[in-house]
Structures are given as structure tokens and as C-alpha cells.
Design a protein around this ligand. Structure first.
Ligand SMILES: [Zn+2]
Length: 328
């Protein structure tokens, strides 16, 4: 049996509002643009490697962030095969008896969604997660570990000829990490199944009002700084600063001369195109809201005075992953 360490690069929609995303976004969130893989024998020795570029046929303009990271753009991909042909070539290269190893579960989920979307009709082999095995072997807990971090930890030198975020290079590096583990075959205890990917706005539990380039710019916007009274629709004046409540969450009080104190809540979420989604809610304030905001303001003043660092652009766990979508 061969171990195939597999890694993908994929393109993402440049916006949720494009006709193509509205049409297919539910069934294809990410379109694979490169398959990279390394074939290992049963002793985890490197046998051969492959890189298959893929021409996207649905999200045809490469997202700037993807291009920046992968160096794959229209020029590199325009003559490449489309996914079904590339996948067939890849499986032929894999051979007869093999399993897939990946770094984390994102790649198998994206691969499965592309196979289903393009109706390739191929069977997926058994798949195992090298990242989970690495984390277990060194008792690192469940938080996602970057491949680069694992290499630094294991003192594996990076190769100048091999940039990260190239599928073949990342597969190669994943193989080097596996070779360093006390018992590489132990990865077979970490079988994984693809997750169903879907664009899940419920994750944020709020409806995005509009998008902004950054939290800082969102907080400076007129809609947030002079929130509209829900009753008379007139601009109101903030009584307090917009005070952080949790990563990406802010509260404040404002006052409408006619309709009294208002409770302002602002929420930000990370969107796949690098923008931030903003939701603003303005409701009449009750005494609990007022007390809550005043407490938060005092806490925040105390933290600032004592120099507790705060980065408004850090949206917490939402930023950890390049997978802004959740399974159902
Ligand atoms: Zn009013």
C-alpha cells in the first residue's frame, strides 16, 4: 500500500453577490485549482511527487488573496485541464492500493465537494489526518496547528525552492513532518470523513447589514457613529463610546431627543473575501442594557489605563482558519 500525502489549493468566490455564486454557491464553495501530492512507501520513504494545475471553470477570476498566496493566476491556469480530467489523471498517478493523508480536514472536504459537483463518479479512498496525529503525538491539544508551526517545532528546514501554499510543496512538507513522528503509521488511527461544506451565515447568528474593509473603518462609519433611531429614523448621538464586549462585538448607548436612550450593538464577522460583515442593531434601551454598557465602558477604561493590548481587527477564532464556512 502507498501513502499519498495530498494537498489542494482552491479559489474562492470574489463576492457572495456574483450571479455565479448565487447560482452554485450552495454546491461549490471553493473550486480546486491545484492538486499536489507525494507518494510514500510503507516505510514513509518518498517515492515521487506530482503537481496538477487545474483551470477553474466556475469561479474563473482568481481571488486576489488566493493569487497572492498561491502565485496561481489566470496565466498559470488558463491552459490547464478542468477538474474532471485533472482528477482522473491524479487517480491514475495514485495507482491501485493507497490511502490519502492530509494536513487537517479542509482538503478532503473541498476535494469531496468538487468531486460531487463535477460528477466525477470516483470513489474516495480512506483518508487520514496527519495534523491530528501530530497534535496527539506531542499532546498539543485540539487547536489547529499550522504546517509551518509543526516544521519549526520539529526543526525541519524549509527549502528555498519550495514556498508554502503550493499544494505540492505543502504535501512534501507534510510528508517530512510525518517522517519525524515516532511511529508515522500511527496516522492510520486518525481516519477522517469529508465534512459537508456550506455557506452558513447562521454561524454568526446575525444578518450582515453590509460589508466593510476593516473593523476600524466599520466603527468609524456614520451609520454606526450616528445610529438611526428605529422610531423616527433620525440620526442620534452616542452617549458612550463604542465599547468592545468580545472580539468583533461592540456596544454603546445613544440618545434620540424624542424617543429616549437606545441600545446599540455592532457585530463583525470575517468574510471569505477578506472583508468584514457588519451588523448593526438599534433598539430602545432598558435599565439592564444601560447598566451593562456602563459596566463595559468602565472595564474598558480600566484595561486601557493598564495597557491591556487590544486588536480590533482580531475577530477571534473566526480568523484562525482559511475556511470561513462551517459544515451543516
Ligand atoms: Zn427617535
Amino acid at each position: 500500500m502507498h501513502y499519498i500525502v495530498m494537498d489542494l489549493e482552491w479559489n474562492q468566490p470574489t463576492s457572495f453577490n456574483t450571479p455565479v455564486f448565487r447560482q452554485i454557491g450552495d454546491s461549490l464553495l471553493f473550486e480546486v485549482i491545484q492538486i499536489g501530492a507525494v507518494k510514500l512507501d510503507e516505510q514513509f520513504r518518498l517515492l515521487e511527487e506530482v503537481s496538477i494545475p487545474i483551470r477553474p471553470t466556475h469561479y474563473t477570476s482568481i481571488h486576489p488573496r488566493v493569487k497572492r498566496m498561491t502565485h496561481l493566476g489566470h496565466e498559470q491556469l488558463c491552459d490547464a485541464p478542468a477538474f474532471p480530467e485533472a482528477m482522473a489523471d491524479f487517480l491514475q498517478w495514485c495507482g491501485e492500493d493507497f490511502v490519502f493523508l492530509t494536513w487537517g480536514g479542509d482538503d478532503v472536504s473541498v476535494l469531496k465537494q468538487n468531486i460531487d459537483f463535477f460528477e466525477c463518479g470516483c470513489e474516495m479512498p480512506r483518508m487520514f489526518d496527519a495534523q491530528r496525529y501530530y497534535a496527539e503525538a506531542f499532546e498539543l491539544g485540539v487547536k489547529q496547528k499550522s504546517l509551518k508551526g509543526a516544521m519549526e517545532h520539529l526543526e525541519i528546514a524549509t527549502d528555498e525552492q519550495r514556498d508554502f501554499h503550493n499544494a505540492m510543496h505543502d504535501a512534501h512538507y507534510t510528508a517530512l513532518v510525518l517522517q519525524k513522528l515516532p511511529n508515522p503509521a500511527g496516522v492510520l488511527a486518525h481516519e477522517q470523513t469529508p465534512r459537508k461544506l456550506c455557506h452558513n451565515p447562521r454561524r454568526t447568528r446575525f444578518r450582515i447589514t453590509h460589508t466593510v474593509p476593516s473593523v476600524t473603518e466599520g466603527l468609524a462609519g456614520a451609520d454606526v457613529c450616528t445610529p438611526e433611531c428605529p422610531t423616527c429614523k433620525k440620526a442620534t448621538t452616542l452617549l458612550t463610546e463604542l465599547t468592545p464586549q468580545a472580539p468583533g462585538k461592540y456596544v454603546a448607548l445613544s440618545k434620540c431627543p424624542q424617543h429616549g436612550t437606545l441600545f446599540i450593538r455592532v457585530r463583525f464577522s470575517q468574510l471569505p473575501d477578506g472583508q468584514r460583515g457588519l451588523h448593526l442593531s438599534v433598539t430602545p434601551a432598558n435599565s439592564q442594557n444601560r447598566a451593562y454598557v456602563h459596566t463595559k465602558v468602565l472595564q474598558n477604561q480600566y484595561k486601557r489605563k493598564h495597557g491591556v493590548p487590544f486588536d480590533p481587527e482580531d475577530l477571534g477564532r473566526a480568523c484562525d482558519s482559511n475556511m470561513p464556512f462551517e459544515d451543516m
